[in-house]
Design a protein around this ligand. Structure first.
Ligand SMILES: CC(C)(COP(=O)(O)OP(=O)(O)OC[C@H]1O[C@@H](n2cnc3c(N)ncnc32)[C@H](O)[C@@H]1OP(=O)(O)O)[C@@H](O)C(=O)NCCC(=O)NCCS
Length: 158
């Protein structure tokens, strides 16, 4: 029986989160990583800074004390208004569970932790760019297709 725990990520999780980030980005990728160790060092530094405080928050899923998955939220500030209002937007990203641990609800539990945090912190709207296969999971967790949002996809420009 595996003991599962969802908890907030800490600065000390940065090295494992950097390794998992590399796994995530290499999944379904045919290109070889030019410098895996160098990437993990740089990514660890980046994550340490972000997890130390500021606009990024993250959660990890531990199985028997080992981090097997994670999700990140960037809380984007809205400009103050003179009326009571929700003060932030939430950008959900870097959502990953290691292949051997998928399909047991870890992903859903991570998304629920993000949503609970967002509700408590007056986040107005959460946005995510889902992978094709993950869209159904987001929908089950309450996400819907936007009706008002416009996007300008600059990567489509020649
Ligand atoms: C998305 C992901 C984090 C879900 O983790 P999980 O612990 O398996 O999630 P749950 O067990 O709570 O839910 C399972 C659901 O995830 C989705 N899913 C299953 N395999 C998936 C995959 N390889 N990639 C994306 N989503 C997947 C399905 O909707 C599945 O539901 P189903 O079994 O009814 O089809 C995990 O599959 C993953 O890391 N996928 C690869 C990375 C990815 O696509 N991340 C999302 C980017 S927006």
């Amino acid at each position: 029986m595996v003991e599962v725990r969802i908890r907030s990520a800490r600065v000390g999780d940065a090295p494992v989160l950097a390794r998992l980030r590399c796994e995530f980005k290499c999944e379904d990728e045919e290109r070889a990583v030019p410098d895996r160790d160098g990437f993990v060092v740089e990514c660890t530094r980046w994550l340490r800074d972000r997890l130390a405080g500021g606009r990024w928050v993250a959660w990890v899923a531990e199985c028997d004390g080992v981090v097997r998955g994670h999700v990140f939220l960037q809380r984007v500030e809205k400009i103050p208004t003179p009326f009571p209002d929700r003060t932030e937007l939430g950008y959900v990203t870097n959502f990953y569970v290691q292949p051997g641990y998928r399909g047991h609800g870890l992903g859903r539990a991570l998304l629920d932790a993000v949503t609970e945090h967002a509700r408590d912190h007056l986040v107005d709207t959460m946005v995510v760019w889902p992978a094709e296969r993950s869209a159904a999971l987001y929908r089950r967790a309450g996400y819907t297709t936007p009706t008002e949002l416009l996007e300008l996809a600059l990567t489509d420009e020649a």
